[in-house]
Design a protein around this ligand. Sequence first.
Ligand SMILES: [Zn+2]
Length: 368
Amino acid sequence: MDLSQLTSELEKIGAEAVQLAQGASSTQDIDDIKQNILGKKGRLTKVLRGMGQLPKDERPQVGQAANKVRDTIGEAVAIAESRIEHEARDRLLNVDIDMTLPTALSDLSPMGSHGVGALHPIVRTSEMILSVLDGLGFRRETGPQVEHDFYNFESLNFPADHPARDMQDTFFIEDDVILRTHTSPIQIRALMAQGEPPIRVSGYGAVFRHDQDNTHSPMFHQIEGLWIDQETSFAHLKGVMNTFLKELFGEQLRTRFRPSFFPFTEPSAEVDMSCFQCDGTGVAANRTLNNEHGQCKVCRGTGWVEILGCGMVDPNVINGVGLSSDVYRGFAFGVGVERVAMLRYGIAHIKDFYESDVRFLSQFVGQG
Ligand SMILES: [Zn+2]
C-alpha cells in the first residue's frame, strides 16, 4: 500500500468505528470495538504495521493521520460508554414501584404502622444533655468501662482503704482493676492526655455499682463535665449549672445549692431544681398529678427535685495529674442520665429501661 491508500484506509476504519460506537447498546459492544479495532490484533494496528513499507519521509504523515483517527475513535467510544451507563440507570429508575403499598411486617410491629425503630430513651436523653453541653463549649470524651483503680479512685482523691470508697460499692475484676463506678476517670484521662488547661470536657457512659432498687440499677449512665482554667470560680459553676438546667427543663426553672461531700471536689454541692411539674409549689395544678395526700407526685410536696452533684475540683486532684493547684482551679459536675429520663418521662422503675420490652419502649417513638 502506498501513502494515499494507507491514509484512506485509516479514515475508513475511523468512520466505521464511529458508526459502530454510535450504534452500540451494551458494554459488550464497546469492548468489541476496542478489541477489533484498537486492540493488538485490531484493524488499526494491522494497517499501521504496513507503515514499514513506506519511504521514511512519508511515515510521519501516516503517524499523524493514525493518531487523529485513534483520538476520534476514543472520543466516540467515551460518549457511547457514558450513554450506555445513563441508559442502564434510567432503566433501573423507571421500574414501576408503588411506594404506598404496605410492607409485609407493617401490622406486626409494635413500633408503629411502618415498623420504624426509635432511639432508646437513655440514648435520647444522653444526646439531649450532651448537646446542651456542646453548646456551652464542652468537648465530648469517652473512656474504658473496665478501669484501673488509679483513674477511678486514687487520682480522684479516694485514698486506698478510705471510707469514702464505701459510697460506691464496686465490682472488682482484680485487686486494682474494676468496673468504673463513675464517669470521672474520663476527666482524669482527658486532663492527663491534654496537659496544660484550659480544658472543658464532657464525659458520657455506663457506670457500674453493686446497688439495686426502684431507682438504682447495677449499671446506669452518667454524664459529667469538667472545666479547668486559671480564673474559674464557684460563680462560674453556678452560672453553668443554671444555664445547663434551664436548657434541659425550661426557662422558669429555679435552682438551689446544698452543701454536700464528694472526695474529688471541695466545696461540694447538691443542686436541687424547682419541680417542673408543680412549678415549685408542691401541688400540681392538674390534680391527677398529685398523690393521695394532694401533694405533687414528682417532688412529694417539697417543690424541689434533687438533680445533680457538683463542686470545685479538689486541689489534690489537680496536683495529682501533674498540674499546679496554685495556678489552676476548676469545677466538675455529674448527672445521672436515668434520673433525668425518669423525671422527664415520669418513669417509676429504673429496670424498665433495661428489659427491652417493646411495649414500654414504643411509648417514646416520636417523643422529644
Ligand atoms: Zn412538684
